[in-house]
Design a protein around this ligand. Structure first.
Ligand code: 3IX
Length: 173
């Protein structure tokens, strides 16, 4: 059976929006309690000649962590993000980033990601703390015009993600 990608955060999301030609255009899948994406950095993401910019790498991790929504089943936002750059990341070489939720502690979601090149080389790891927020967080702080679409997406995602999923984690203690 062909696996379907998870829906992007928005069509123009810098990390996963298919309509954002300047973005990473990540396509993210879920496998059990992990989410993963195969990404190939190119000249749009260059740092040192021939190598990916560390900020582009961090953005990819942050966006993939944002798909933790499908596992933790709560809206949440990045509070901290740390990347350990283990080896230079070459352009034009596919790599896989996998992420999972390590721990949920009240509103704090502790996440970890690992990235491996197509030859098995460990390239980087990342850790993040996301803080669960209510959906109103986005209405309060985001662009008013786009908020309703975001709310619809989140509500739909949390309501229709299948009966085998755990209950949504409460956004507020
Ligand atoms: C894993 C699930 C992911 C789910 C993703 C959800 C939705 C995604 C879908 C749609 C969203 C659309 C687009 C998403 C695009 C990209 C996704 C990537 C994610 C991002 O790109 S998102 C943008 C960057 N992000 C922000 O824009 C956040 C700005 N920020 C704030 O809005 C506030 O800062 C807030 C709300 C975070 C907290 O504010 P607050 O006032 O509610 O809470 P407070 O500060 O009190 O901290 C609460 C508790 O966290 C503890 N705590 C704090 N810092 C800690 C740390 N570093 N380590 C360990 N614990 C820590 C405290 O100690 C306390 O713990 P305790 O309660 O136990 O005392």
């Amino acid at each position: 059976m062909t696996q379907l990608p998870l829906p992007p955060h928005s069509p123009t999301c810098m990390g996963c929006g298919p309509d954002n030609l300047a973005g990473l255009q990540l396509v993210v899948f879920r496998s059990g309690d992990e989410v993963y994406t195969d990404v190939t950095f190119d000249e749009r993401h260059i740092g040192a000649p021939g190598l990916a910019h560390g900020g582009a790498v961090a953005a990819a991790c942050d966006d993939l962590f944002g798909f933790g929504l499908w596992i933790a089943r709560t809206p949440a936002v990045t509070r901290s993000l740390t990347v350990d750059y283990l080896a230079p990341v070459p352009l034009h070489r596919p790599l896989r980033i996998s992420a999972h939720v390590r721990e949920i502690d009240g509103r704090k979601l502790h996440l970890k990601a690992t990235a491996t090149a197509d030859d098995g080389t460990a390239l980087f790891t990342a850790h993040a703390v996301f803080i669960a927020v209510s959906i109103e967080h986005f209405a309060q702080h985001g662009a008013p015009g786009a908020v309703q679409d975001l709310l619809d997406r989140l509500t739909s995602a949390l309501d229709h993600d299948g009966p085998d999923r755990p209950s949504p984690h409460p956004p507020d203690r």
